[in-house]
Design a protein around this ligand. Structure first.
Ligand SMILES: Cc1cc2nc3c(=O)[nH]c(=O)nc-3n(C[C@H](O)[C@H](O)[C@H](O)COP(=O)(O)O)c2cc1C
Length: 385
């Protein structure tokens, strides 16, 4: 048996049949201008990954409004007719190339910045300024870390209702634009994640108290989106322990907390998960909470019984933070990713930087040619190929 054969077996995600278990991980690319409208270069970029045989593409984070949700310059949106029509070009091209594509819907919460929101104050569960510094991966002028985060507004009931409605409306647009499903960005320290995490969520209302309550905001979004798109349309949730401004952030201390989040999302109608980590296999919890030292993706899969896509370090030796700071990396053997499937970490393996650098990653790996892959370099963020 070929060591990567496990990657090329079919799988179903929320009713969507996939020919293999290779996904393109969501990656912000910032080529959609001030209006957040993806153009012909973005169409070609995704179609090339589909043409290489990638089983499922997750788009870059796509904002649900052009105000507080929008944390970075040049990122796309899915909140008006022009954006919806532009994404239709992308989905048509991906389908014509034989692929499938889900959109990642995004609200940046307190990790947003007035430079990208049109001056609007960022929103968050509580008025707690994020630690660390604001860095826009597509803007080298921010790499020296001179921009601080700003204090966010603690969301009131009207804010919660309007952000929930914006996610639901964007999910409806996703379906009309031809996407095969929606991935809600519940990871990396952005808005939904800020509600899950007790450090950033210090509310004294129904949205805090225990892990069930901290999942209420995301669950409300899933339920509202489900109402909009109807039964049978795949809705996935992104999860991570870490935040992009604090890679040591711990969101769930115990598997029982994670189980509470997952149960709440399942009741709301979620169909599966996309789990990000530094590397797929890193332990999710401290040894006293989980002596077996399993990964977050493993726990999400075991506790939810739903399909899981896992991202982190596939054919790539360095963490994202280090590599964005310019640290060089080695290519690694994709057999590790196939092994993660066999170990029960995931049902799908999501490839990030390696697929950004190699449109033909899936075809090369399938053919056993992984040693000819091009290593990712930070400078590649400036081009769209
Ligand atoms: C340039 C860049 C942009 C990213 N943007 C997003 C994003 O918009 N949404 C998201 O969920 N993850 C994002 N990620 C994280 C990746 O999806 C993935 O989890 C991470 O790169 C680890 O996978 P890798 O080791 O295969 O690169 C981004 C990563 C990079 C390098």
């Amino acid at each position: 048996m070929n060591p990567v054969d496990a990657l090329f077996q079919p799988v179903r995600v929320g009713g969507l049949a996939l020919p293999n278990r290779v996904a393109m991980s969501p990656m912000t690319r910032s080529f959609s201008g001030d209006a957040g409208v993806p153009g012909p270069d973005v169409v070609l970029y995704y179609a090339a990954r589909a043409a290489a045989g990638t089983g499922l593409i997750f788009t870059e984070g796509t904002v649900v409004d052009m105000g507080p949700a929008r944390g970075y310059l040049g990122v796309p949106g899915l909140c008006n007719d022009a954006q919806e029509a532009a994404w239709r070009q992308v989905t048509d091209a991906v389908h014509a190339a034989g692929g499938r594509i889900m959109v990642q819907l995004w609200h940046c919460g307190r990790l947003s910045h007035p430079r990208a929101t049109g001056g609007a104050q960022p929103l968050a569960p509580s008025a707690l300024t994020a630690a660390g510094v604001y860095v826009d991966a597509a803007d080298p002028g921010t790499f020296d870390g001179h921009l601080a985060y700003v204090e966010p507004k603690a969301m009131d009931a009207a804010d919660i209702a309007s952000v929930t409605a914006a996610f639901a409306a964007a999910a409806g647009r996703a379906k009309r634009a031809g996407f095969d499903g929606v991935l809600f960005h519940g990871a990396s320290g952005y808005l939904l994640h800020e509600f899950f995490n007790a450090d950033s969520n210090q509310r004294s209302d129904d949205y805090n108290g225990d892990a069930f309550a901290r999942a209420r905001f995301a669950a409300g979004i899933v339920a509202a989106a489900r109402h909009e798109v109807g039964a049978g349309y795949p809705l996935l949730m992104g999860l991570s322990q870490f935040a992009v401004n604090d890679f040591a952030w711990q969101t769930w201390r115990e598997p029982t907390d994670l189980a509470a989040t997952l149960a709440t999302l399942r009741t709301a109608g979620i169909d599966g998960y996309h789990v990000a980590a530094y590397r797929i296999g890193v332990p999710a919890f401290a040894p006293d909470a989980d002596p077996a030292q399993r990964s977050l993706a493993w726990h999400v899969r075991a506790l939810s019984g739903l399909p899981v896509s896992a991202a982190g370090g596939v054919t790539y030796s360095t963490g994202v933070g280090e590599s964005l700071m310019g640290v060089e990396s080695q290519l690694t053997d994709p057999a590790e990713a196939a092994q993660a499937l066999q170990d029960g970490d995931a049902d799908l393996i999501a490839v990030g930087r390696a697929m950004l650098a190699n449109p033909d990653w899936t075809a090369k790996v399938r053919a056993g040619d992984w040693r000819t892959l091009t290593p990712f370099r930070r400078e590649m963020l400036g081009e769209l190929v």
